[in-house]
Each structure stands twice: as structure tokens, then as C-alpha cells.
Design a protein around this ligand. Structure first.
Ligand SMILES: *Cc1c(COP(=O)(O)O)cnc(C)c1O
Length: 400
């Protein structure tokens, strides 16, 4: 029989090495726990990077997928299918947006959002030199368009030239955005809570001023909630806490809870004056299996009062992390909303995360110095306590 080590060697001989992976081979999941192929159990505070919101092995969810697989998995976008229609109605309801385009990933949702914004501007003035403002330290995905608005030069450098006419500003620094605006600006794109860049929420004042700026200048506001949306921050979408609405919204990750799906949503105003028949497409996007997944996820969110649960358990996690930040000198700050939290340390966190993993706790980083917490949204107080029981001894060493 293969051991973990032999599987890892086989993986490194066969897969393109684009990840420095943790040295475990995962096998199955149950609730908020994952098991490796040797049977070791891990408490999962990463949920596949904010994807598996409902936990592993949810029987309702699995059953819905199995039934759809037996009916039909794929038909193409040349025809209508019921799961995609039902899911779109539900998505409109929970987001307050007006129209949905399904994608297969987050990056692809961002690509669509960029195309919609450019087309909208093109239809207004017939020009093709429009600019987009994005934020430093942002992350929007790895395809060329999404990478072009990602504010991390390290990810971009080797792949230049990017798509043109992108300018960068600083999250929560309104003046830095204003200084980049001109008559060619067609969109401002930002994550309501920056994920990969270190878990930085936009402030209410900043986001409201950006919304007002966009309204005044007829610039489209694109909010990327691929990570911070779908209940993670204690409301279905994080922007719903800010008293504003975007013109275009991107979602993915927890939207399908494991089935690779994404979407961008538009207001009617943008939908009516941007992408039209023939402008955009996808073979898989919104196929019956994807639709069934989104449908079931949204049903289970409602039936199990997930949003309310996140709001209360998120508060608890926040309180405990604040306590750690008080107690350990090496912790500089706690940031985040709901069940999207980060602890910024005064040193690299890789060693702490590796030690936690050895002790049966899965955590991830967000940049070199931030420990990121993205547990399944169904965690309870007990899981938070267990997480702290494992994490705290790992931090003890780091205070020395
Ligand atoms: C993960 C992520 C993406 C990219 O999603 P993929 O599905 O990996 O393409 C884009 N934006 C944000 C905010 C993300 O967290």
C-alpha cells in the first residue's frame, strides 16, 4: 500500500510544482474535521480556503448532488435548465442584485466583471481607452485579467504585460483613490474585506465615500466578495453591512461549497447597457450540477440559519482572538469580520502553522505575517475552544 510519503513523491514527479504544499495527503472529511490517508484527524479552520462553508459530508447537500448527477450533469448554455434558473432567483433575492452570469471559478467571475465594466463604458462614449482602479495588496485571481487588477507585483512581474490601463490606490485611503480618477476611469474594483492581502476590511467611511464618488462620476463599483461573501462575515454579503450596493458583485468559493462555481451579478442599470448576446460565454458555467449545488447551498443557509449563526459564533471567535492579541506580545493586531479573521504577528507565521498542523489543526496564512482563520460556517463554541487549545501552545514559543 502507498504511504503518505510515496504519494507525495508521486505527486511531485507528476504535478507541475506551483504550490509548496503541506506534507499531508487528505482523504475524507466529516463536519469540521478532515482525515489524512493514515487516519490522522484535523480540526479544519481553513475549509478549503473558505469554500466548504457547510462542513464535510453534509448529507442533504450530497444527496442533492447525487440526484442531479443521475438526472443530467451538463447540457450547455444553448438551452435553459431548471437548477440554474432556480439558483439565479435565489441569488437575486439574497444579494439584492438583478442579474446573474455563472462562471466556473472566482478568477473567471472577475474577468466577466472587467468585461462588463469596459463594455458599459464603451457604450457610453465609444472609446477604448478606459481605466480601472484597483487596490494595492488586493487579490482577484490568476488569469491575465484578474491578475492585472491584483495589487501584488510579485504575482504579476513575470507575466507582464498585463491588460492595460489599470491604476492602483490604497484601501481605506480615499484620497489615494481620488488621485487616480480621471475622465477615463470606468470602474473601481476592491474586496470588501481583503483576504490574501492580510485580512483587511474596508472601513465604512471609505466604502461609502467610494460609492458616492462612483455615483457622482458614473464609475462602476465592482466588489469582489469571492472570499468574504456567502455569509462568511455575518451577512450574506459583507457589503450589506455598509449601507451600500455595488454595481457588479463577484462571488465563488462558498457559493457551491465544493463544486467549482462562481458568478458575477449586475444591477439592472449595468445589465441593460453592457454585455449582450454574443459578448461573453462559458461552456460549463451554470450547468445543471453547478445549479443544483448553488440551490442546495442557498436552501441550507436559510434552513439552518447560517447567517445568524455566523454573526454569533463570529463574535465569539473575535473575542477570543482579541484575548490572544492582548496576551501575546508577538501579536500585533486582530482584524476581520465574522468567521473571516486574521492575527498579524511581528514575525513570519509559517512555523506556527506547521506546528498547529502537526498537532491536528489546519490554519492558513494571509501573507507572511498573518494567520488566517476561515473555518466552516457551522463551527460551534466547542470547536473554537479546541482550536485555541492547539494554537495557544504554538504561540507560547513565539513570545520568547
Ligand atoms: C480566491 C479568490 C479569487 C480567485 O478565485 P479562484 O476560484 O481561485 O479563481 C478572487 N478574488 C478573491 C477575493 C479571492 O479570495
Amino acid at each position: 500500500m502507498n504511504t503518505m510519503q510515496t504519494y507525495i513523491e508521486e505527486a511531485e514527479a507528476a504535478l507541475l510544482h506551483t504550490y509548496n504544499r503541506y506534507q499531508i495527503v487528505l482523504d475524507k472529511g466529516e463536519g469540521v474535521y478532515l482525515y489524512d490517508i493514515e487516519g490522522k484527524k484535523y480540526l479544519d479552520f481553513c475549509s478549503g480556503i473558505g469554500v466548504f462553508a457547510l462542513g464535510y459530508g453534509n448529507q442533504d447537500y450530497n444527496q442533492a448532488l447525487k440526484e442531479q448527477i443521475d438526472k443530467v450533469i451538463h447540457t450547455s448554455n444553448y438551452y435553459y435548465n431548471v437548477p440554474a434558473i432556480e439558483a439565479a432567483k435565489k441569488l437575486k433575492k439574497v444579494s439584492g442584485m438583478d442579474r446573474v452570469f455563472y462562471t466556473n471559478s472566482g478568477a473567471e467571475a472577475v474577468e466577466g466583471a472587467i468585461k462588463a465594466a469596459r463594455k458599459y463604458a464603451f457604450l457610453k462614449d465609444g472609446q477604448t481607452d478606459h481605466e480601472i482602479i484597483a487596490m494595492e495588496h488586493s487579490f482577484h485571481g490568476r488569469t491575465m485579467g484578474a491578475l492585472s487588477v491584483t495589487g501584488n507585483p510579485k504575482y504579476r512581474e513575470a507575466f507582464e504585460p498585463m491588460i492595460g490601463n489599470i491604476r492602483f490606490a490604497l484601501l481605506n485611503d480615499y484620497d489615494s483613490v481620488v488621485s487616480q480618477v480621471n475622465e477615463k476611469t470606468c470602474a473601481i474594483i476592491l474586496e470588501t474585506v481583503q483576504g490574501e492581502g492580510g485580512v483587511h476590511p474596508a472601513t465604512e467611511e471609505f466604502l461609502q465615500k467610494i460609492r458616492a464618488l462612483c455615483d457622482e462620476k458614473n464609475i462602476l463599483l465592482i466588489l469582489d466578495e469571492i472570499q468574504c461573501g456567502m455569509g462568511r462575515c455575518g451577512t450574506m454579503f459583507a457589503w450589506q453591512q455598509y449601507g451600500i450596493r455595488p454595481d457588479i458583485l463577484t462571488t465563488a468559493k462558498a457559493l457551491g461549497c465544493g463544486i467549482p462555481v462562481g458568478a458575477f451579478l449586475l444591477t439592472e442599470k449595468v445589465a441593460q447597457a453592457s454585455l449582450a448576446a454574443g459578448d461573453h460565454g462559458t461552456t460549463y458555467g451554470g450547468n445543471p450540477l453547478a445549479g443544483a449545488a448553488i440551490n442546495k447551498v442557498l436552501d441550507l443557509f436559510e434552513q439552518n440559519h447560517i447567517i445568524k449563526h455566523v454573526a454569533s459564533v463570529g463574535e465569539e471567535l473575535e473575542k477570543e482572538l482579541n484575548r490572544l492579541a492582548e496576551k501575546y506580545d508577538c501579536i500585533k493586531a486582530r482584524r476581520g469580520k465574522g468567521l473571516m479573521q486574521g492575527l498579524e504577528l511581528d514575525r513570519p507565521v509559517a512555523g506556527i502553522i506547521s506546528r498547529a498542523l502537526e498537532n491536528g489543526l489546519i490554519l492558513i496564512n494571509a501573507g507572511p505575517n498573518v494567520i488566517r482563520f476561515l473555518p466552516p460556517l457551522i463551527i460551534t463554541s466547542e470547536h473554537i475552544r479546541r482550536m485555541l487549545d492547539i494554537l495557544e501552545p504554538c504561540l507560547n514559543d513565539c513570545s520568547e
